[in-house]
Write a protein that binds this ligand. Sequence first.
Ligand code: C5P
Ligand code: MG
Length: 191
Amino acid sequence: MTNIILFGPPGAGKGTQAERIRDNYNFLHISTGDVFRYNIKNETELGQRAKSFIDRGELVPDDVTIKMLAGEIEKADDKNGIIFDGFPRTKAQADALDDLLNEQNEKIDALVSLNVDDEILIGRLKERGKTSGRKDDADENVIKNRIQVYYTETEIVKDHYKQQGKLHQVDGVGSVQDITKRLNNVIDQLI
Ligand code: C5P
Ligand code: MG
């Protein structure tokens, strides 16, 4: 399997591009944000634990998120790989992911970072908020907090994989199609 982390701040285009990669390469797409939102909608215990953090733009505690992720990885059986979208978001999550994959004789092959300036991110998220129905897209303060959390807690994950020689940087500004082409150029070298 080829296992890729699609990385970047909120609004970088991870979800949009991960769906296209999923379809192009027959990967399992794991969006931890989507799994949380599904659980919130269905009022599960997990959803109830996660909701207040997500509504404020904070990170859900690592133990909750890692346990959920471990369950999702098991669905990868018949796939060519996994595309991780929105995970790992902390150094502890990155360590846990490496361990989980290692147990199955798998590994992360690459972290692909989508680079987009903050002003563009804020504009995209405000625009998305008009239709996404997401509380955390509807409030500019929450949007700014999510971007702040990215810089203080999440960006460090890049260094973790850079030290392993697995960091790839892609310009995340442009048309959806152009960005997909840039990503495909990276992924084609990995498979
Ligand atoms: O990835 P996405 O932007 O959809 O995530 C939405 C929210 O879910 C994040 O702002 C955060 O509150 C929560 N989340 C988290 N830890 C993750 C992924 C998502 O706490 N690894
Ligand atoms: Mg997303």
